[in-house]
Write a protein that binds this ligand. Structure first.
Ligand code: ADP
Length: 566
């Protein structure tokens, strides 16, 4: 049954760990995906911004012409044919275009005019007189613009539904083909020459820097490249020279500025930096949580294992204890029966029976006392009556009672006591149990070298009792367990010796109840030294003995005896 639970426990532990690791992996994956999605949407967003930029540039050229799509071109054409000028509604747009720094001159070629083909005159808008006047001086850019527009419109005109169409000749000119929708014919071409210097240096450059100038916040560097000449016209950040390898995205101007391309390099934008930082924080928190969780599970598991080991030891102890109690009883019973029957009349045998019964009764008594001590400590009912005592006296009394016994066991006693020890607050019975158990262990766990050293001396603010033996010693891994209830080192000597792993737990409990500490210094095969220390009692009026006020107060309080401590 127990084995079944044990394997179930392992299965549950495994499942818990696998679940936690699985969930963590899923979380890491989702966080990573989220980060990837953020990067992707950030890239999309940057591309959108570049395309918004080209759209805005396109719209910039139509600033003066907003609303001409609503004008009646049939009427405009008629007025022009009658007066040689445009009606006021159209004239307003021309004047606005003439005032716009992005355009230099404005030319108009009415339908049927053969200018550009045989050097006939063309109409040019005169800003002072605010009129179109004929001129024979016009650059070939004007003719190029009008020519390109004418070619385009030939293909388009049949299906075209708007009253004008704009056509760019790269970045040199913009031509508006004016369309009389009722006749479905073009009645003239209005060509605006573009001011190159203004376009590049005043408008495009400023706009590019305004939008993308700081790569730390925009996350992009944009170069405007003339691909016909393979040169950079302008860039959003002068500090970064053009490098084709860094270009991750290209964008053409939609249907205008044919020989220009925007080339874009992406840098880390604040969104990505924030996402990265958050990813890192999330990983850190997740990692921490997993470590804590696994630690907690491990802790619970280890404690459960310890409890199980304790339960097993307790069960073993119960079986043992029953046996131990029965053995002396059986011996006494048999001896008692023999005596009662009058079968033993020889004086020596009578004495031997008496000794037997006496020693078995003592064994039984010791056993029962130990059990009671443990039970009391467990129930929190240990009664101690601390009094100011001179430990010299208590050790001496113990030795007076036990020295013959120790010597009989073949041990050499090496005693060293500081005769002028200050008093300590200790319960006498507790002390007897403490020293008794420690000496008993020293005897039990010694083999060939039968030596017991007892030292009593003052150490700073403590009185220290050291009990040393040259016995089997304690393995390093067992040292932290020996004060636990029912714990016994697993070696052959321990197995041979009688005991239940209770002595040291009782000793520790009593030492601590009396305000002291206990530690052990031992090397396997090289003997052990148990060190018990009690704080020196200080006269409340005389605080000059190295003891603190706090300690004095503690001792005064302890004098209200008896104390029930647990
Ligand atoms: P018990 O002696 O009844 O087993 P204790 O609680 O007194 O129980 O001791 C616990 C264990 O510590 C012992 O089983 C023994 O293995 C080890 N031990 C205690 N004292 C000594 C010592 N002086 N030398 C070596 N091992 C010791």
């Amino acid at each position: 049954m127990l084995k079944k639970y044990l394997s179930l426990r392992w299965v549950l532990l495994g499942t818990a760990i696998v679940t936690i690791l699985g969930l963590t992996a899923m979380n890491v994956f989702s966080l990573f995906r989220l980060h990837q999605t953020t990067i992707e949407s950030d890239l999309e967003n940057k591309k959108l911004q570049v395309s918004e930029f080209t759209d805005k540039v396109h719209h910039r050229f139509f600033n003066p012409y907003w609303g001409i799509d609503k004008l009646d071109m049939d009427h405009t054409q008629r007025v022009f044919e009658q007066t040689g000028q445009f009606p006021p509604a159209f004239q307003r747009h021309i004047e606005q275009a003439a005032a716009d720094s992005i355009f230099t001159d404005i030319y108009f070629k009415p339908h049927g005019c053969r200018a550009c083909q045989n050097e006939t005159s063309l109409l040019r808008f005169d800003q002072l007189d605010r009129k179109f006047k004929p001129t024979t001086e016009y650059s070939e850019f004007v003719c190029d613009g009008m020519g390109i527009a004418r070619t385009r419109m030939k293909v388009l005109i049949d299906e075209y539904r708007f009253n004008y169409k704009s056509i760019f000749d790269t970045h040199y000119s913009m031509t508006l083909a004016l369309i009389n929708l009722s006749e479905q014919e073009i009645f003239g071409y209005l060509t605006m020459l573009i001011d190159q210097d203004y376009l590049v240096n005043e408008y495009l450059h400023k706009e590019l820097v305004r939008r993308f100038g700081n790569p730390d916040s925009s996350g992009v560097v944009v170069w405007l490249r003339d691909w016909t000449k393979d040169e950079t016209v302008i860039s959003s950040d002068h500090a970064r020279t053009f490098d084709e390898d860094k270009v991750q995205y290209k964008q053409r101007f939609p249907d205008f500025f044919d020989n220009w391309t925007l080339k874009v390099a992406f840098t880390e934008s604040p969104t990505i930096a924030a996402s990265k930082a958050s990813l890192f924080k999330n990983f850190a928190v997740l990692g921490g949580a997993v470590v804590i969780l696994l630690g907690a599970i491990g802790f619970i598991f280890v404690t459960a294992q310890k409890e199980r080991a304790l339960a097993e030891r307790q069960a073993g102890f119960l079986a043992n204890v029953t046996h131990e109690l029965k053995t002396p009883l059986a011996v006494m019973q048999a001896a008692g029966e023999n005596l009662a029957d009058g079968r033993v009349d020889n004086k020596e045998r009578l004495q031997s029976y008496g000794r037997h019964i006496h020693s078995e009764a003592l064994r039984l008594k010791r056993m029962i006392e130990k059990l009671l001590d443990v039970a009391k400590a467990d129930a929190g009912q240990s009664i101690i009556e601390p009094k100011p005592v001179d430990l010299n006296r208590l050790v001496q009394r113990y030795l007076d009672n036990h020295e013959p016994y120790i010597n009989n066991k073949g041990f050499t006693l090496d005693i060293s006591m500081d005769e002028s020890l200050p008093p300590v607050m200790v319960d006498e019975d507790s002390f007897n149990t403490i020293i008794g158990n420690l000496v008993e262990n020293a005897i039990k766990y010694s083999e060939d070298e039968k030596y017991i050293g007892i030292q009593l001396q003052k150490k700073h603010t403590q009185v220290r009792l050291e009990i040393e033996d040259h016995g089997v010693g304690i393995p390093r891994s067992a040292i932290k367990h020996i004060f636990e209830k029912f714990y016994r080192v697993e070696d052959s000597l321990t197995a041979q010796s009688k005991g239940h792993g209770l002595g040291l737990s009782i000793v520790k409990n009593l030492v601590e109840l009396n305000g002291g500490t206990i530690q052990v210094d031992s090397v396997k095969g090289n003997g052990s030294t148990f060190i018990v220390e009690f704080p020196i009692l200080v006269d409340p009026g005389n605080n000059g003995n190295g003891t603190t006020d706090e300690q004095s107060q503690q001792h005064i309080n302890q004098q209200d005896k008896p104390q029930y401590v647990g």
